[in-house]
Design a protein around this ligand. Sequence first.
Ligand code: NAP
Length: 553
Amino acid sequence: MPDSSATPSPRRPGQPLDALIIGAGFSGMYMLHRLRDRLGLNALVVERGGDVGGTWYWNRYPGARCDSESHSYCFAFSEELWRGWDWSQRYPDHAEIRRYMNYVAERLDLRRDIRFGTNVTACAYDEAANLWRVTVEGGEVLAARYLITGVGCLSTANVPQLPGLEDFAGQWYHTGEWPHEGVDLGGKRVGQIGTGSTGIQAAPAIAAEAAHLTVFQRTANYSSPANNQPLSAERKAWMRDNWAEIRRVMHATTNGHPFTVEDRSVHDVSDRELKEILDAAWDFGGLQFRAGFRDVLLDETANAKLAAYLKNKILEIVQDPAKARLLADIDHPYAAKRPPIDSGYFETFNRDNVDLVDVRADPIERVTPGGIRLESGREIALDVIVFATGYDALTGPLLKLNISGAGGRTLAQEWAAGPRTYLGLQVAGFPNLFTVTGPGSPSVLCNLPVPIEQHVEWIADCIAHLRAEGVSRIEPSVAAVEAWGQEVKRAADATLLSRVPHSWYLGANVPGKPRVFMPYAGGMARYRAHCDQVAARGYEGFVLRREATSDAA
Ligand code: NAP
């Protein structure tokens, strides 16, 4: 390490970069390695944060931990890199993930080509020069042949526009922008809005620290235990020694997790067998809970059996019948929204210092200087409000970059009715722009390092091909974008995923956002095979142009 099979030639002053990469999370770090160290390109990463980590640089809220198991939530492209790191727990917490990413940055010598604290304000395609001109805060403009976004899918905080928030006398925070120095919640009355994966992780940790926690629930949610625990020496050794097999499984499965989905229907087993299987899965813990059957997300009646099991668990755990009823009053199929896993979420409602407020029945009217007032007139006194209210997912981080393509057409115009991409990798009219885990790719439906690695490798191979063939521009045809959009819709409609009206997969959590199912639900393994086939057929669906262009900056 680092693998430097190619060394970039020194760049002359003013000469454009071969590639500019935005974001220093998993995507940007691996993209830099692949382009710089394998292809010998002059590549630079710009990152608004102060260090590597991407999403994990910002997500430091109480209880923040990955829901993917440690040995799968890391790079798997290099056995040497894999073997050089030991995880301490079954699921890594945010601090351990940052330590891991620092380890990768050191091992691959990435930092010398990353500019931290550099916020991109606009990206414009200069058609005449065939260059991307990227403006960063302060006004500097960087020019590059290829522009690659690695800005993550869940990095644009969604803070609801609650009237009166500006007059709140206490402090408020969004979980995705948690202060790095931490927040002292000791002795405080905390209100947490949101019960998605984040809120379900945060509530137990906040309740343990604060004087009082009020959870404002709009949509009740399923959750099953994570069963987090320290990793034994034997388990660590097993992980270290089984890189190839773990990677093979992650590449073969629908969601990129290191476990396979059982090839049986919920209807194949008796009620007694079903309970035994689900009890064992509950005790084992983790996202694997949904992997006992192939039809959980395909068949409403199969799904209903798992949903009933989980709702019953809530009623068993939560002692106060009114709270239990509210928490178990779930209106959507299990796992049709991203299924959270938890460390004592429902048990938290048995604490004396935790209340639950149903803001679907009694919506928040406004924030007052002293707390939150509901439409009924009830006022809850608070010192701190925690917004666990999610993200302007998938499109938000890209639209924030103010991208304009050929003819000055903006990405916002192109996506006014929802994102339109080919394979989630490229947008028609935006030549030489690649989006790692863009909308239309499996992304958030997967254990993210797996789709990230696949995208980065596909993009790097594509750029190598373009250079070898003397191709100067690549963009998808409008027909390919249309066809892929149909395929994304078809794949979602074949599952229960597209049937939840309030899901962020559909953009429903952000007022005014077009309701389009954004990630590709056809499965990671199938998607990978499709992308490979597209490349093997000479980049079918892409328009490749060879015209001579000026390289002048
Ligand atoms: P989310 O799933 O979008 O949940 C947001 C929550 O806030 C929902 O309960 C939502 O209610 C509520 N909410 C939003 N606006 C509200 C308003 N104005 N009033 C009341 N309630 C409001 O966001 P998230 O929990 O941050 O999770 C987002 C995604 O991040 C996850 O699905 C997952 O992919 C990822 N994530 C991963 C991990 C991990 O692996 N460690 C951890 C956390 C998150 P409604 O449901 O009614 O809209």
